[in-house]
Design a protein. Structure first.
Length: 69
């Protein structure tokens, strides 16, 4: 899927699912908890997805994660 790793696909699905379910984006901690990893690792995966153009996020703004694709 667009050159994404399994973990990246998993994070993308977590973000989309959270948005659909809750009506607002997840925090980094929400993502980390959902994939059972550290906040640091979740942040790294999200930054990778941002560079690939799969998600957008405003630095310094809580709950700003959005899936583009």
């Amino acid at each position: 899927m667009n050159g994404l790793t399994q973990r990246q696909v998993q994070v993308k699905e977590v973000i989309k699912g959270f948005l659909d379910r809750e009506g607002f984006p997840p925090t980094i901690n929400d993502v980390a908890d959902a994939i059972n990893t550290s906040e640091y690792n979740a942040r790294q995966i999200i930054e990778s997805l941002t560079r690939k153009g799969v998600v957008t996020r405003k630095k310094g703004v809580a709950r700003s994660l959005k899936c583009i694709t």
